[in-house]
Design a protein around this ligand. Sequence first.
Ligand code: SP5
Ligand code: ZN
Length: 329
Amino acid sequence: MRCFWDERQRAHAPTAEFFNGKLHRAAEHQGRVDAILAAIGRGEAPDDSGIKPLLEVHSKEYLDLLRDAHGEWIAAGREDDAFPYTFPIVGRRPLDLTRIDARLGRHSFDTSTPIGPGTWEACYWSAQTALAGLKAVLGGERSVFAFTRPPGHHAGRDYLGGYSYLNHAAICAEAALRAGRRRIAILDVDYHHGNGTQDIFAGRDDVLFASLHADPSTDYPFFWGHADESSENILNLPLARGTAWSEYAPALTQAIDWLEKGTPELLIVSYGADTHEDDPISYFKLKTSDYAPMARRIASIGVPTLIVMEGGYAIEALGANVAEFLSGF
Ligand code: SP5
Ligand code: ZN
């Protein structure tokens, strides 16, 4: 299978994230890169498709913030990565503030997604990696893996969160529509709900979004991904902590059947390996050997498929999990 990756994606190097009242070592750290490259080889470097496809999903104001935030943070006399700490919750007035702390809070929904000196460069090239993968799929490849990093599925039109800054699945879905495909399916199998992707495509009739994820009553991102958010084009299948393949498989079949009914011309898979039993921040019980049957079921949809990488933090198992998943295609 053709795989895409750009070395500039390494420039994002967060050291810490804040949750449960403390700073923790960043789960989405650079060690994930070599673990996955060991499984897929070097990857083809993407062409530069420019900023335009990013602007089809994200606002200019938000992209400007991603590019400029760390410089402004340093100019304000701070050290290390930029973190938000004050948030305009629902109902606040849309003030046009310039203070870096206000702008960060305006465009963030958590405190686990810092912006460092290389974050924009890594995000930009991660999006180009996804777009290069899409181009290969549109050019006739049956399935392609874009090693996107940092991840994307928690990022919305104008906000970051969940280690995600640019929503690759959404950027590629929009680009595929602009290239003439009429209906796109997105299947999200990361442990966490893809709230950004859902938010971007809610109410649309040209993009279907199905997600299997940990029940948000117990797990991040809490406020999105509940079963009753499902609609014409959204299917959420929350699963309990402790879910193993025997419970996962029927839910996957349900998601696949639902997507097939929508007769998509292209499939985008948001693949997270954080459903693995050893994942340090997650609570499903999938085994490495479960990822090939998972992928075979997904491949049975039988349409050209772009796989983008989301989470997966069990470094020892990560390469094998990705290799196993790709082998199923
Ligand atoms: C792309 C992706 O997988 N993002 C996930 C972001 C989750 N961030 C919140 C982490 C909170 C983890 N709490 C679990 C405690 C572990 N004992
Ligand atoms: Zn995840």
